[in-house]
Ligand binder design. Structure first.
Ligand SMILES: O=C(CO)[C@H](O)[C@H](O)COP(=O)(O)O
Length: 239
């Protein structure tokens, strides 16, 4: 058994707190991807077993497996209609609620489900909060056809948006390119610092071959943060 780290404990705290503060009986919920979301889904499973009624859909095949394992029934995203709430984790989040997501290669489904929801709440441990986005490589999902052309245009767009000396790499695992749940590649952009994330998000999505990118600048309505000292807090976006 792997030993639980302080960070794992903080992620679990965020998962418990988001259920307490935001999840209500009868809701239609979007379930995020990544380790923090999976802690939350496992916790949610206990509430469902105790009688909480929810209609849920997920943001990845991996989350489908976790949800089913803990007894949460899933509804096809085409059948569920508008969701009340999506709960998902970031790779980085700044104090204006701009995020980088896609460390688990699920950014496309995550963005679709976030936009299908009336509200999105981000859950994370405190190490995910940053002053400036960009230390975490920004994932961009591209179609496989002529991906090197998209890659070249992505580099140009990053430079045009003030990201200097940027390197990009096609994501690999076990010597094979990572293929997303939608059959695309991921280009990781090693930016170091991103200023004006909103403009960059739109510019990247305008490149032919780019399906979506991991900048989420409008989605999160609030965050629930688990801290390493064992406390948790909620922070809401000013409307
Ligand atoms: O965007 C994601 C997957 O595409 C994840 O939500 C993100 O990578 C956070 O994961 P974790 O909770 O494991 O740090």
């Amino acid at each position: 058994m792997m030993q639980e780290t302080e960070q794992d404990r903080a992620k679990k705290l965020a998962g418990r707190k988001v259920i307490e503060e935001f999840v209500r009986d009868g809701m239609k919920l979007g379930l995020g991807s990544g380790t923090t979301s999976h802690f939350f889904v496992r916790e949610l499973g206990k509430h469902v077993a105790d009688g909480l009624t929810l209609t849920c859909t997920t943001t990845s095949r991996f989350t489908n497996d976790v949800a089913r394992e803990v007894g949460i029934e899933l509804t096809d995203p085409n059948e569920i209609g508008e969701l009340d709430l999506t709960i998902d984790g970031p790779d980085e989040i700044d104090r204006e609620f701009n995020m980088i997501k896609g460390g688990g290669a699920c950014l496309l489904w995550e963005k679709i489900i976030a936009h299908a929801s009336k509200q999105m709440i981000t859950i994370c441990d405190e190490t995910k909060i940053v002053d400036h986005l960009g230390a975490f490589p920004l994932p961009v999902e591209v179609v496989q056809f002529a991906w090197k052309q998209s890659d070249r245009l992505i580099k140009n767009a990053l430079q045009d948006h003030g990201v200097a000396a940027v390197e990009t790499t096609r994501r690999m695992r076990d010597d094979k390119p990572v293929v997303t749940d939608s059959g695309n590649f991921i280009i990781d952009c090693h930016c170091r610092r991103i200023d004006d994330a909103g403009r960059l998000e739109a510019a990247l999505n305008a490149i032919p071959g780019v399906v979506e990118n991991g900048l989420f600048t409008r989605e999160s309505d609030g965050m629930v943060v688990g801290c390493l000292d064992g406390t948790a807090y909620v922070s809401r976006r000013d409307s």
